[in-house]
Design a protein around this ligand. Structure first.
Ligand code: PRP
Length: 209
């Protein structure tokens, strides 16, 4: 048998749905479900090996070819870019990028340059550049919602799923930027060298989403 196809899954929000999808296809994900602290997990009947990683690292591992396939949010793909094939929209992990401000505050108008806090500086820069608007971007690692509350920024560009975090912190969306969902990505060399196996896997995924 060939060496297993290695698939990098994003830990956290997307993990449950991705494992659910693999199980729907018929793979035995017991080792993934009972992982403990293990990071590389076999899915023996599918000749797959699952790697659990942070979203940015999923892209890095797939881009470098140490994982053949990855499951990662479109948000991370847009922010990091990189060279790989994006083969399928998995239809879960649905949310959107939005521009939000303190409820009732006026964002547009005036002559001062606005400050935007975000975990996604590239997406934020592209968005405001496309509007022809000069903004100052402050990169935040944790809860971006804090920045306008602490008056560090005039607004935030962030992921909105249910809207609860914004609501509970007195913020509101003033513009939707782009919808997001989980995507299946494939390393470019793997796509050539292991084309049949990958096409078979992608077909199974597409039948089950
Ligand atoms: C994201 C995002 C918001 C929150 C939005 O953070 O940065 O804070 O989810 O979700 P909601 O609209 O359903 O309230 P996440 O929980 O992924 O944590 P993170 O700070 O680790 O990115």
């Amino acid at each position: 048998m060939n060496k297993p196809l290695r698939i990098a899954l994003t830990k956290g929000r997307l993990e449950k749905d991705t494992v659910g999808l693999l199980e729907k296809i018929g793979y035995d994900c017991t080792a993934v479900r009972e992982k403990g602290r293990k990071l590389i997990l076999p899915v023996p009947d599918g000749n797959l090996e699952v790697v659990l990683a942070k979203a940015n690292d999923v892209i890095t591992y797939v881009e470098h070819g140490v994982c053949d396939i990855g499951v990662v949010g479109k948000d991370t793909i847009m922010e990091m870019q990189g060279k790989f094939f994006e083969l399928a929209d998995l239809g879960f992990g649905k949310c959107r990028f939005a521009l939000a401000v303190k409820k009732g505050s006026k964002f547009y108008g005036g002559y001062n340059i606005k400050t935007i806090a975000t975990k996604y500086p590239n997406i934020t820069r592209n968005y405001f550049e496309s509007k022809g608007m000069d903004v100052e971007i402050v990169k935040i690692e944790g809860s971006v919602e804090l920045a306008p509350l602490l008056e560090l920024s005039d607004g935030i560009v962030d992921i909105v799923e249910t809207g609860t975090t914004l609501k509970e912190n007195g913020l509101e969306v003033i513009e939707d930027i782009v919808p997001i969902s989980a995507r299946l990505i494939v390393n470019m060399v793997s796509m050539k060298l292991r084309q049949q196996e990958i096409e078979r896997f992608v077909a199974l995924v597409e039948e089950n989403i």
